[in-house]
Design a protein around this ligand. Structure first.
Ligand code: GAL
Length: 672
């Protein structure tokens, strides 16, 4: 199901249950302020369980009825949550199995929020009961827009039920214990199991060094959570089949394969909390956010996503929580839209008077009024989003895909090699993303299971592990004319983390026309160099030494004992090509190499010659209407040269050739 609403959403998390005793004043004022701020959606019920079910089996929806009616009466849509992000105290007392057990086998006690065991039958039953009641009660309510399932699902549990499920997961994956022993290389340290019953979860109290065991546990925990999500949404799907379902994600959070979760929901949504500082550091922050937005869109199969949360002012949980310079909130919101979001939503609409989030930014902050800078800035976002209504539902049409895969990350970060605990997978992928932006290209994030056949270029940095079918997919992609760019530490191991050997070569070897003999880890005082197209580049951290089979050399090392060995190669394969970058370099080489390769692949940037610190993205409506978003991520003014006159979609004015941009800003342009 594709989520579609005819307007861009503007709103945020709303917790009226914190103001139950001030219904007549505060609740009324909330609606008035929401209208003033151009808010058309509010997310409710996220942490309301104790108010919806004050005692086991005793429900009270009367207050939520009132809230839903208020929203409808004010033309505001409800993103209605299931309350499983936090539990009432009575539940923990009556059904202790709902709480997690730590990896050191300690039982958690009541408190906090994301503290649930996703294998607890009691929890499943209670969640199913309340979700069923919510869906039954509000299925025909005019305010109901979509389901916000739980909140920021995360982490694992080591209770006996989870252990049993892990063993079942292993049985299903490996069939026999011999297969598992072979796959996990359990002849090492005499760790051979004689039956599945001997398998337990990784822990610092016992086994925590077997990389395959660790990966299996991460995969199981992720699968178990996706299964729990399916359980959570079963009553919603049954009772409200036409209401889209989402759950809010946390960008590169490592504990859960977001692509797997994304495939189970209708629209991807996420919580965006950049560390804005109001100076030149914001450029890096803006680039990281751009990467996160694209990743969260990728998780949702490139459909429009939602920025479910962001702070309308400062946050309260960074180490330092500075105020936002005027204009930052508008930039933060429009940046999300530029990368494919159909919403700008905040945490939170109204700040509570107590609790740990009393000082977190809010549309209505602790003054309780609309007479604040934050409120005015939020209202400005609201007015701008109204002007951009036509963007709602539009999608990207990028020709470049960039691989970011949770299994690759788990495998790389678990491996004992090179720079232990500093493999820098996320940063490496991000570095490619940044350079693509610098060069003016839009990019789609994909994982190894995504359909890549429609892209012209696939960039797969550090694609360490080959998940089933990925090697064949890569071969078909390049054979059919695609350009593959891959790097050091790619295709080292199969899906079970067993290294490929000459007798059983990595699929990457054939496509890249080379194989890796050795890989060097350089410390921060050791560098190598190479020259390409007359320019000298520095090699840092990782340097692979390889033998070429069919590949051609583009550059060789200039120094160290690897001098004259190839470090940048290209291989013709079928109708396509595979470029192999065997070294970690600085951004200058990535930029030059990408410019060269994308030019060879005949790909045109969205806008050429963008000034430093600016980048462009595009969204298209089905009828071909195109929106070009130009971002200035710096605190300096920038002039962007346009190849033709375009219309500013916010002001309706024409922009001729020169687009003048203020600091930290987004221009939305349309073809005329
Ligand atoms: C999010 C969370 C919200 C709120 C917010 C504060 O991670 O989903 O409930 O705590 O952080 O920034």
């Amino acid at each position: 199901m594709k989520f579609h609403y005819p307007e861009l959403l503007h709103g945020g998390d709303y917790n009226p249950e914190q103001w139950m005793e001030q219904k007549d004043t505060i609740w009324k004022q909330d609606m008035q302020y929401a209208r003033e701020a151009g808010i058309n959606t509010l997310s409710i019920g996220i942490f309301s369980w104790a108010y919806l079910e004050p005692e086991d089996g005793v429900y009270d929806f009367s207050w939520m009825d009132e809230v839903m009616d208020n929203l409808a009466a004010n033309g505001i849509k409800a993103v209605l949550a299931t309350p499983s992000g936090a539990r009432p105290a009575w539940m923990a007392r009556k059904y202790p199995s709902v709480l997690r057990v730590t990896e050191n086998r300690l039982n958690n006690v009541f408190g906090g929020r994301h503290n649930a065991c996703y294998s607890s039958p009691d929890y499943e039953r209670k969640v199913t009961e309340i979700n069923t009641r919510l869906a039954e009660r509000y299925k025909d309510h005019p305010a109901l827009l979509m389901w916000h399932v739980s909140n920021e699902y995360n982490n694992d549990c080591h209770c006996p039920r989870c252990q049993e499920r892990f063993r079942d997961w292993c049985r299903a994956r490996y069939g026999t214990i011999e297969n598992l022993n072979r796959a996990w290389w359990n002849s090492f340290w005499s760790h051979k199991y004689s039956c599945f019953e001997e398998i337990i979860s990784p822990s610092s109290l016992g086994e925590e060094e077997n990389v395959a065991h660790l990966l299996a546990w991460r995969r199981f925990s992720s699968d178990n959570l996706v299964r729990f999500f399916q359980t959570e949404i079963a009553p919603l799907r049954r009772i409200t089949p036409d209401v889209p379902v989402t759950t809010n994600l946390m960008n590169t959070f490592s504990g859960l394969d977001y692509y797997a979760l994304g495939r189970a929901m209708d629209v991807s949504s996420w919580d965006n909390y950049p560390d804005w500082r109001g100076d030149e550091r914001d450029l890096k922050t803006a680039r990281i956010s751009a990467f996160h937005h694209d990743l969260m869109r990728g998780v949702g199969d490139q459909k429009p996503f939602l920025m479910m949360e962001s702070s309308p002012s400062s946050v309260n949980w960074h180490t330092i929580n500075p105020l936002r310079k005027p204009g930052t909130i508008l930039y933060q919101g429009l940046q999300a839209i530029a990368h494919g979001s159909d919403s700008v939503q905040y945490f939170q609409f109204r700040a509570g008077r107590g609790g740990s989030e009393q000082y977190h930014g809010a549309v209505i902050d602790r003054t309780g009024t609309n007479r604040t800078r934050t409120f005015r800035e939020v209202a400005e976002v609201g007015a701008t989003l109204k002007q951009l209504k036509g963007v709602a539902g539009s999608e990207t049409r990028n020709q470049i895909a960039l691989l970011y895969d949770w299994h690759v990350r788990w495998a790389v970060e678990g491996a004992w090699m090179l720079h232990r605990h500093h493999e820098r997978y996320v940063e490496t992928v991000r570095d490619f993303h940044i350079e693509l932006g610098r060069l003016g290209y839009g990019v789609d994030m994909v994982d190894e299971l995504s359909d890549i056949s429609g892209y012209k270029v696939l960039i797969a940095p550090m694609a360490y592990i080959m998940r089933p079918g990925f090697g064949e997919k890569l071969k078909a992609f390049v054979e059919n004319g695609g350009t593959l760019i891959t790097t050091y530490v790619s295709g080292y191991v199969n899906d079970e983390l067993l290294t490929y050997m000459d007798a059983d070569p990595s699929p990457i070897n054939e496509i890249a026309g080379r194989h890796v003999d050795e890989c060097d880890a350089l410390d921060d005082r050791t560098f190598a160099h190479f020259v390409w197209n007359g320019k000298k580049y520095r090699v840092k951290e990782v340097a692979e030494l390889s033998t070429l089979t069919t590949a051609q050399t583009l550059a060789v090392y200039a120094d160290r004992f690897y001098a004259t060995k190839p470090c940048f190669t290209v291989n013709g394969y079928g109708m396509g090509r595979c470029y192999y970058i065997a070294v970690r370099t600085d951004e200058d080489f990535l930029n030059d190499a990408l410019r060269y390769i994308l030019n060879e692949a005949n790909l045109q940037p969205i806008l050429p010659k963008l000034p430093e610190g600016t980048w462009a993205t595009e969204r298209y409506q089905e009828d071909g209407t195109r929106f070009v978003f130009v971002q200035n991520g710096t605190h300096e003014k920038k002039t962007v040269m346009l190849p033709k006159a375009m219309k500013d979609a916010v002001t309706g004015k024409m922009v001729y050739e020169q687009l003048e941009m203020g600091e930290l800003s987004v221009a939305v342009l349309m073809d005329e």
